[in-house]
Ligand binder design. Structure first.
Ligand code: E4P
Length: 216
């Protein structure tokens, strides 16, 4: 399973990248606004900066909702760097745009996916990635991980090549469960990635080893 970090924060992206296990970055308008990126030029500069830190796929989201504007926006985003993946919302024009990008060699991430039916449409349009939002499904008392398993099953049975990108990850357990369910990618906040490190017996064991090392 590939690991992406889900943030627009350059310091966090650097910190995750330094672990040596980072395969890419996802952003969205909320995450970009959180780090104060505003205006077309600043947005492009920010994506460029992310691409310079991480050698992997970087999702950059279109801000429009009609086919023609999404295509124009996506072309500009894709021109920023070869690693840019154009993130497109799961709406009717979004599916048309994903098909257009697919036919024109531009890779896509279909975002805001909450059902297996939507995931089938994304795959049919040729999306590189499909992003089911696990945490938001859990927040509404459905089982987000069930959706990952269902999409995995459908894609395997049908031979769809679209990669399942588990998104809206809230904690380290989500990462483990997404791996178990067969997600191709997990995009996570830095805290959830670092949460994977935690085990009290590791800390206790290391403290003892370091103490005993003094007697060596
Ligand atoms: C991923 O591509 C999405 O931008 C992100 O995971 C959404 O997460 P949230 O539900 O925590 O906002």
């Amino acid at each position: 399973m590939k690991f992406f970090i889900d943030t627009g924060n350059l310091a966090q992206i650097k910190e995750a990248n330094e672990l040596g296990i980072l395969d890419g970055v996802t952003t969205n308008p909320t995450l970009m606004a959180q780090v104060g990126v505003k205006g077309e030029a600043a947005i492009a500069e920010h994506y460029k900066a992310i691409c310079e830190i991480v050698n992997g796929d970087i999702s950059a989201e279109v801000l429009s909702t009609d086919f023609a504007t999404m295509v124009e926006e996506g072309k500009k985003l894709a021109a920023i760097h070869p690693n840019i993946v154009v993130k497109v919302p799961m709406i009717k024009d979004g599916i048309k745009a994903i098909k257009w990008f697919t036919d024109n060699g531009i890779r896509t991430n279909c975002t805001l996916v909450f059902s297996a039916g939507q995931a089938i449409l994304a795959a049919k349009a040729g999306a590189t990635y499909v992003s089911p939002f696990i945490g938001r499904i859990d927040d509404s008392s459905w089982d987000g991980m069930e959706l990952i398993s269902q999409i995995r099953h459908i894609y395997d049975v049908q031979g769809f090549q679209t990669q399942i990108l588990a998104a809206s990850i809230r904690n380290a357990l989500h990462i483990v469960k997404a791996a178990e369910a067969g997600a191709d990618v997990c995009t996570c906040p830095l805290d959830s990635i670092l949460g994977l490190l935690k085990h009290p017996l590791t800390d206790i064991g290391l403290a003892k080893f370091l103490e005993d090392a003094k007697k060596m």
